[in-house]
Design a protein around this ligand. Structure first.
Ligand code: BES
Ligand code: MN
Ligand code: ZN
Length: 492
C-alpha cells in the first residue's frame, strides 16, 4: 500500500473515507467537530449504543456531503486512561480490515490525531501495513473482482513536518516488509517452499542488501559432521541445507548477535508419523527460519549499527525407506550422541547442530526461534511465545521488547531436574522424553549445545500461525518475531 502524508485539516480534506478514532469515555475536538458537521449523528450512535468507542469496534457511515470526506470510519480506542501505542496499532489494524470488508481502497487516516501519543504516526502506519496483509497468490478465480488497497494518506498532527514524519514512516515500512516476507514464506505451500527455495530466498536477500551468504549442501554438511540435521533430512527427496547470512553493520571486532531459525519446510513426523487431521498446518514448520530471514532483511534495510548472523538449518521431515528411525543413534556436530526415540521431535535435532555451529562466531548473544512443540500451544495458547534461556538479562530485554511491540513472551524454567527425562540408556541424550513439560524438555535439550553463550530460545509453535483474524494479523501466518527481534536489536 502506498502511504503519503498531508498537513490538511481533516474537516476540509477530500477523500473516499476518513478514519477517526473515538474514546469510550472522552470526546476530542475532531470527534466533536465531525459530530457537529453531521448534525449530531455520532452522539446519536453512542446514545443508541450502535457505536460507543469500545476497543475492537468500528462503524462506517456516509457523510452525504456534510463533510468533504465521502465516508467516515469511526474506530473504537477504548478508555482514554488505558490508551497505548499497542491499542493504537490494533485500532489501525481493525480500521484497515473494516475498509477491506467495505472495499474502500483509498482512504485518509486521522487516527494518529487522537490521544496525542508521541509515536502515533508509526503505530498507525504499522497497524495499517500489518492489518492489510492478504496472501492471495493462488486465488485464480474472479481476479478482476479481487480487492487491493491503493493508498493511505496520513493527516499529520499540528507542528509535525512532512519530512519529520517521513523518516518514521519509512522505518516502519522497512520493518513491515520484513514481516511480510516472513508471512509470505510461511503461507506458501510445502511444495513451493522447500529447503532449496529458502536457500534461494537467502541468496536473493544477500544480493539485494550486500550480505554474505553461504549455503552448505549435503557433502559439506557431511564433512562438517552435522549428522543430526542430515538424519532429519534423510527421508526426503529434498536435500537438507544449512543457510548462513552475515550482516556487518559494525566494526569487524564487534561480536555478532546470532539468530537461528528452525526451517522444517514440512513436518510429517517422519516414521513417527503425525495423524492426518491438520497435518497441512505443518507447512508452517519453517516459521522460525522465515522470521530470521524477515528480521535480517529489516535490520539490513534499516542499516542498524551491529553485526548479525542468521543461521537456518532446513530440511523436510518425511517417512521413507531411507528415513531415520526410532532407535537410531546419531552423533551431532558437537560430538554429543543422541538416541532417536521419536522422529517427530526433529526440530531440536536440526537446531542442536545449528546452535553448535553458531558458537564459532563467539556470539554476544544467540537467539533461536522455532515452532518447536505442541506442548507450548497447550501451555500458552496463541497469546504468547514460550521463552527460555541461559541469561536472565537477555531474556528480560526480549520480554520487554515483546511488551513494547505487542508480541508477548512468557518465560518457562530450564532447571537441571528437567534433564532427567532426556537421558538415554545407550547414548548421551535421547531426543524425546514423555509428554510432561514438553516445551521445557525441548528447551533443556537445546541448552546442552550452547555452552556458556548468552542464549535465548523462543518457542513460536502457538504464535506463528493464527486460526482467527487479529487486528494486526489476519488469519494465517503472523510473521511473529520479526518486529520483536528488530525492537530488541534496535535497543541494544
Ligand atoms: N513442529 C512440531 C511442533 C508443532 C506442533 C508446531 C503444533 C506447531 C503446531 C514439532 O516438530 C513436533 O512434532 N513436536 C512434537 C515433539 C514430541 C514428539 C516430543 C510434539 O510437540 O508433539
Ligand atoms: Mn515434529
Ligand atoms: Zn516440527
Amino acid at each position: 500500500m502506498k502511504i503519503d502524508v498531508s498537513t490538511a485539516n481533516p474537516l476540509k480534506h477530500e477523500t473516499p473515507a476518513l478514519v477517526i478514532g473515538c474514546f469510550e469515555d472522552a470526546k476530542d475536538e475532531l470527534f466533536s467537530a465531525c459530530d457537529a458537521a453531521l448534525d449530531g449523528c455520532l452522539s446519536r450512535l453512542a446514545a443508541s449504543r450502535e457505536f460507543s468507542g469500545k476497543l475492537k469496534t468500528s462503524h462506517l457511515l456516509h457523510t452525504l456531503g456534510r463533510l468533504p470526506a465521502g465516508r467516515l470510519l469511526l474506530v473504537g480506542l477504548g478508555k482514554k486512561g488505558e490508551f497505548s501505542s499497542e491499542r493504537l496499532r490494533q485500532a489501525a489494524g481493525n480500521a484497515v480490515q473494516a475498509l477491506r470488508t467495505a472495499r474502500i481502497a483509498t482512504f485518509s487516516s486521522a487516527l494518529q490525531l487522537a490521544g496525542g501519543l508521541p509515536q502515533a504516526l508509526e503505530a498507525v502506519t504499522e497497524g495499517t501495513l500489518l492489518g492489510s496483509y492478504a496472501f492471495e497468490l493462488y486465488k485464480t478465480r474472479d481476479r478482476d473482482e479481487r480487492f487491493n488497497f491503493e493508498g493511505m494518506t496520513l493527516l499529520l498532527p499540528k507542528g509535525l513536518t512532512k519530512k519529520e514524519a517521513g523518516a518514521g514512516i519509512e522505518r516502519v515500512s522497512v520493518v513491515c516488509a520484513g514481516v511480510r516476507l516472513a508471512r509470505d514464506l510461511v503461507s506458501q505451500p510445502g511444495n513451493v517452499v522447500t529447503p532449496a527455495f529458502l536457500a534461494d530466498t537467502a541468496r536473493e536477500l544477500a544480493a539485494r542488501h550486500k550480505l554474505e551468504c553461504r549455503v552448505y549442501e549435503y557433502e559439506e554438511l557431511e564433512k562438517l559432521g552435522m549428522n543430526a540435521l542430515l538424519a532429519v533430512g534423510k527421508g526426503s527427496n529434498e536435500a537438507p541445507r544449512l543457510i548462513v547470512l552475515e550482516y556487518c553493520g559494525a566494526g569487524e571486532r564487534s561480536r555478532p548477535v546470532v539468530l537461528v531459525g528452525k526451517g522444517i519446510t514440512f513436518d510429517s513426523g517422519g516414521i513417527s508419523i503425525k495423524p492426518g487431521a491438520g497435518m497441512e498446518e505443518m507447512k508452517t514448520d519453517m516459521a522460525g527460519g522465515a522470521t530470521v530471514l524477515g528480521a535480517m532483511q529489516a535490520v539490513a534495510g534499516l542499516g542498524l549499527p551491529l553485526n548479525l548472523v542468521a543461521i537456518i538449518p532446513t530440511a523436510e521431515n518425511m517417512p521413507d525407506g531411507k528415513a531415520y528411525k526410532p532407535g537410531d543413534v546419531v552423533t551431532s556436530l558437537s560430538g554429543t550422541t543422541i538416541e532417536i526415540t521419536n522422529t517427530d521431535a526433529e526440530g531440536r535435532l536440526i537446531l542442536c547442530d545449528a546452535l553448535h555451529f553458531g558458537l564459532k562466531y563467539k556470539p554476544a548473544a544467540m537467539i533461536d526461534l522455532a515452532t518447536l512443540t505442541g506442548a507450548c500451544v497447550v501451555a500458552l495458547g496463541h497469546e504468547a511465545s514460550g521463552l527460555m534461556g541461559t541469561d536472565q538479562r537477555l531474556l528480560d530485554a526480549l520480554k520487554a521488547a515483546g511488551e513494547r511491540c505487542g508480541e508477548r513472551l512468557w518465560q518457562l524454567p530450564l532447571w537441571d531436574e528437567y534433564g532427567e527425562a532426556m537421558k538415554s540408556d545407550i547414548a548421551d541424550l535421547k531426543n524425546a522424553g514423555s509428554r510432561d513439560g514438553g516445551s521445557i524438555t525441548a528447551g533443556w535439550f537445546l541448552k546442552q549445545f550452547v555452552g556458556a553463550t548468552r542464549w535465548a530460545h523462543l518457542d513460536i509453535a502457538g504464535t506463528a500461525w493464527g486460526d482467527k483474524a487479529r487486528p494486526c494479523s489476519p488469519k494465517g501466518a503472523s510473521g511473529v518475531g520479526v518486529r520483536l527481534l528488530v525492537e530488541y536489536l534496535r535497543n541494544r
